[in-house]
Design a binder for this molecule. Structure first.
Ligand code: SF4
Length: 419
């Protein structure tokens, strides 16, 4: 009897020109294999939707490579061999995204458009502007913007009043120089009505000269102290109840930060890698991933679908800059400005896709790679460093050229030091 090979619905099958890759999102088992002509044909047939993730195994009788491949698929539990008249015949489907929710369809439903898109916007970061080091870190993670223009308390309050919604769960205010910020009490009074979702970011050097950080905490805001370059900070500040973010450029930097925290009894801290123009090696060794590390990412079915459609670093986030422009991430063009409505900002980003839906499918190097849905979404590091992927096996360091950091940036990537 001609049995059918049927893959389970939890199993993803991806191919490139030379390899195939099976990944079971339930067991996290994977299998990378070479594509012979007949295995490639079998994989192609499995992926034809009408075939319900099945092929007749008998069609490949006598093909030793296919025989071994099927044996391996069964041994690893990716699928079963079954007769069509089996009592418990398993019907399966290749895991596919529900395209009913695609942006093009949502946009057509004009009457519900505004309500739908408001859900998308969950995080706002406001950069006050002012004097601070101009090191380009603001293009890689949350770090103050050095600028002549400063957003007044009145402008920030006006914007926040218009864009706030029940879905906006995080508002970050990043001060370039908190001690010099005019009208801070007026701003704090207003933010106090929403204190649970407010996080105030202050540079460690700046905090050392100011009592404002204590006031931030007294007001019940979340506070983050940003340490760039491990500047020693007033011990009074280090003892306050806040989160410490260390922007690190090397593994040693990260270890030092850990030592400082251990010494001061600080438990709420993270190290965030930053690119300083020279530390490619640090990124290759400690931040970027090799094939083995990519294969260790145990993604669920839902997470894989997410990687297929959105950029998890940026989706839902907007950034208000000191000049009044609003960005959605590391795109080169703003999606609007401080005078726009929240709806027009979100719709503008959904139309232009400067960041929120930038997936690895859109990168020349990644779009045909079998790991593109397992890899993290494209990050600001790749833009700032001028590289086109984050897998260390594929980066030829000599070919990497630094690009001017023109793009606007993204979220926080958290790293852990290698022991
Ligand atoms: S970064 Fe791109 S090329 Fe490298 S493994 Fe991931 S998807 Fe493939």
């Amino acid at each position: 009897m001609n049995k059918k090979l049927t893959l389970k619905t939890s199993v993803f099958l991806w191919t490139d020109d030379n390899h195939g890759f099976l990944y079971d999102s339930s067991s996290h088992e994977f299998y990378k294999f070479l594509l012979s002509k007949s295995i490639a044909e079998l994989c192609h047939n499995l992926l034809v939707p009408e075939n319900l993730y099945s092929v007749f195994a008998g069609e490949y009788t006598g093909d030793i490579e296919v025989g071994k491949f099927i044996e391996e698929v069964l041994r690893r539990g990716f699928g079963i061999l079954q007769d069509e008249d089996d009592f418990q015949y398993m019907v399966s489907f290749p895991p596919m995204l529900n395209l009913l929710h695609s942006w093009e369809r949502i946009k057509k439903k004009k009457e519900s458009l505004n309500t739908t898109v408001l859900h998308y916007f969950t995080s706002l970061t406001v950069y006050t502007g002012g004097v601070c080091p101009d090191n380009g870190y603001c293009e890689q993670t949350i770090y103050p913007v050095c600028s002549v223009c400063i957003l007044s308390a009145e402008n920030i309050i006006g914007f926040l009043s218009r864009v706030d919604s029940p879905y906006l769960s995080e508002i970050n205010i990043v001060f370039s120089s908190i001690g010099d910020y005019p009208d801070i009490h007026r701003l704090f009074d207003w933010l106090g009505t929403r204190r649970k979702k407010i996080t105030i970011y202050v540079r460690a050097e700046d905090a050392g000269n100011s009592d404002v950080v204590e006031e931030v905490i007294k007001n019940g805001f979340n506070a983050v102290l940003l340490h760039a370059g491990l500047v020693l900070t007033d011990s009074r500040i280090m003892k306050l109840s806040l989160r410490h973010v260390f922007l690190v450029t090397s593994d040693d930097n990260c270890k030092n930060a850990e030592d400082i925290c251990k010494q001061d009894g600080i438990t709420d801290f993270v190290c965030v890698p930053v690119f300083n123009g020279n530390n490619y090696e640090f990124f290759n060794d400690c931040v970027f991933l090799n094939e083995e590390e990519i294969l260790r990412t145990r993604l669920s079915r839902h997470e894989i679908f997410t990687h297929q459609v959105i950029n998890i670093n940026y989706f839902g986030r907007l950034f208000l800059f000191p000049d009044g422009n609003v960005f959605a991430g590391p795109g080169k063009c703003p999606v609007g400005n401080i005078h726009d409505t929240v709806y027009s900002l979100i719709i503008s980003e959904m139309d232009k896709n400067t960041a929120w839906r930038k997936t690895r499918d859109m990168l020349a190097r990644c779009k045909t790679c079998i790991y593109r849905y397992l890899c993290p979404s494209p990050s600001s590091y790749e833009e700032v460093m001028g590289i086109d992927c984050i897998c260390t096996d594929k980066i030829k360091r000599k070919e990497v050229a630094m690009v001017p950091p023109e793009s606007i940036l993204s979220g926080i990537a958290i790293m852990h030091c290698r022991q």
